[in-house]
Design a protein around this ligand. Structure first.
Ligand SMILES: Cc1cc2nc3c(=O)[nH]c(=O)nc-3n(C[C@H](O)[C@H](O)[C@H](O)COP(=O)(O)OP(=O)(O)OC[C@H]3O[C@@H](n4cnc5c(N)ncnc54)[C@H](O)[C@@H]3O)c2cc1C
Ligand code: SF4
Ligand code: SF4
Length: 385
């Protein structure tokens, strides 16, 4: 961070109102004065400043020296090289399109229930259960759906709501009830307040790429005590999320698929929808563009590049999780789980096309970063094959 005292007014001018804001809620989680709120109505997914204490564009606490929101934002100024250097000791080089990783491997849970409930190989759920049962984390911030959550019965799936919401889970049943993917945005970081209020000291966070940069950004820029609570960050590969209106305005209106009838969703080149009557339906991705969240349209990070471990579903094997092990913490977790037989692995070479696909998708995301913003995310040679 530059030496000036940068605060909400700068964040508002340079990120919130310029289209760079992803809605990751890092700024809200870091704010010690509770003057930032989150607006997820009407497809906005943005932080806002309360009218008292400075109005929409200013902050009286910021003017008096508080800089925590700006320090926590993974889109503010030169976030990418700063966080790369903090996590890996150097900024990425131009060949590292998907960020810095020490291993890329295919993983799946060996526990059959975790695998069955998981979106791909259930590896993320297995890591959460391991972290909760081995003293790495005492709460995990994940996504449930409105009306589901840790209280839902194991294996109940995402339920009829499909509206992703942040929830706290503390055990295997909670992890099972919230596994799988919802394709609307859920600022899981916001669940930190509930977890901490209930006494959690060490948090595991699951989040989209944008959110997965929050803990490392906070730590790199020393953004207060909350940074030290994040004990494990699992990032999900992501090229976009949708606004919740897609269920009524596209799936129901154009395809007659009511949200209550949808039991599973996936995106593999097309939107795949499975319904409770045993039906399977495909919706072309280009038809869904109109419901892409605005915050995703400038996002350069496909591969959750600042997570401890990043996980995705691309490639030839639908029941395996493509996993990028990035940090020492991530390597220790995955190594211990493999040794204990909680995760099964196969080499990424078993799927010869997957690394090239990862590169193409990462490059496509990096092209979205606006030319006028910090140059680092566009430094990658986007025209090379
Ligand atoms: C919105 C979205 C877009 C994605 N896009 C891609 C993509 O383009 N390419 C790709 O390879 N992979 C993508 N993924 C990742 C993929 O769907 C799987 O999450 C990943 O492969 C891990 O699979 P798993 O079986 O190990 O995870 P699981 O064991 O099923 O665990 C998944 C975890 O994700 C959490 N989660 C679910 N939905 C959300 C949400 N909306 N927001 C935050 N957390 C959530 C769950 O609570 C759970 O903890 C996306 C995921 C999501 C949620
Ligand atoms: S990108 Fe995240 S931290 Fe930055 S202003 Fe938006 S919500 Fe806040
Ligand atoms: S594309 Fe994914 S990672 Fe990027 S802003 Fe959208 S939700 Fe976040």
């Amino acid at each position: 961070m530059p030496p000036e005292r940068l605060h909400w007014a700068h964040l508002y001018d340079e990120v919130v109102t310029t289209g760079l804001c992803t809605g990751c809620a890092g700024c809200i989680v870091a704010c010690p004065y509770d003057v930032l709120g989150y607006d997820s109505s009407g497809g906005r997914y943005r932080p806002f400043h309360v009218e008292a204490d400075g109005g929409a564009a200013g902050c009286t606490h910021g003017e008096r020296g508080c800089t925590l929101c700006a320090r926590s934002c993974p889109r503010f100024r030169s976030w990418e090289p700063e966080v790369d250097t903090f996590l890996f000791g150097r900024p990425r080089d131009e060949s590292e399109l998907s960020g810095i990783a020490r291993e890329v491997v295919l993983l799946r849970a060996t526990d059959p229930q975790l695998r069955a409930n998981g979106q791909d190989g259930g590896a993320v759920s297995a890591m959460l259960v391991w972290a909760l049962e081995h003293g790495i984390a005492d709460a995990a911030l994940v996504s449930g759906t409105a009306g589901s959550g840790p209280g839902a019965s194991a294996g109940s799936g995402p339920g009829a709501g499909w509206q992703a919401v942040p929830v706290v889970v503390r055990d295997r049943d909670g992890v099972l009830a919230t596994s799988g993917s919802r394709y609307t945005y859920s600022a899981n970081t916001l669940a930190a307040a509930e977890a901490v209020a209930a006494g959690a000291e060490r948090l595991a966070l699951v989040g989209m790429s944008c959110m997965a940069s929050v803990p490392a950004t906070m730590a790199a820029r020393r953004a207060g005590k909350v940074a030290r609570r994040f004990a494990l960050t699992i990032g999900l590969l992501c090229s976009k999320t949708f606004d919740d209106r897609i269920f009524d305005e596209l799936f129901a209106a154009r395809y007659g698929l009511e949200r209550a009838s949808i039991v599973k969703m996936n995106i593999k080149g097309v939107i795949q929808l499975w319904t409770s009557d045993g039906g399977y339906h495909e919706v072309p991705l280009k038809e869904a563009h109109a419901w892409t969240r605005e915050g995703c349209t400038t996002c350069p990070d496909f591969a959750a590049e600042h997570a401890d471990v990043s996980a995705g579903g691309i490639g030839a094997f639908p029941d395996w999780t493509l996993t990028l092990v990035r940090t020492e913490r991530g390597a220790e977790l995955v190594g211990a789980m493999r040794e204990a037989g909680a995760l099964e692995a196969r080499p990424v070479a078993d799927d010869p096309g997957v690394l090239a696909l990862l590169g193409r998708l990462s490059r496509a995301s990096r092209r979205r970063w606006p030319a006028g913003a910090d140059p680092a995310p566009r430094r990658i040679p986007v025209t090379a094959s």
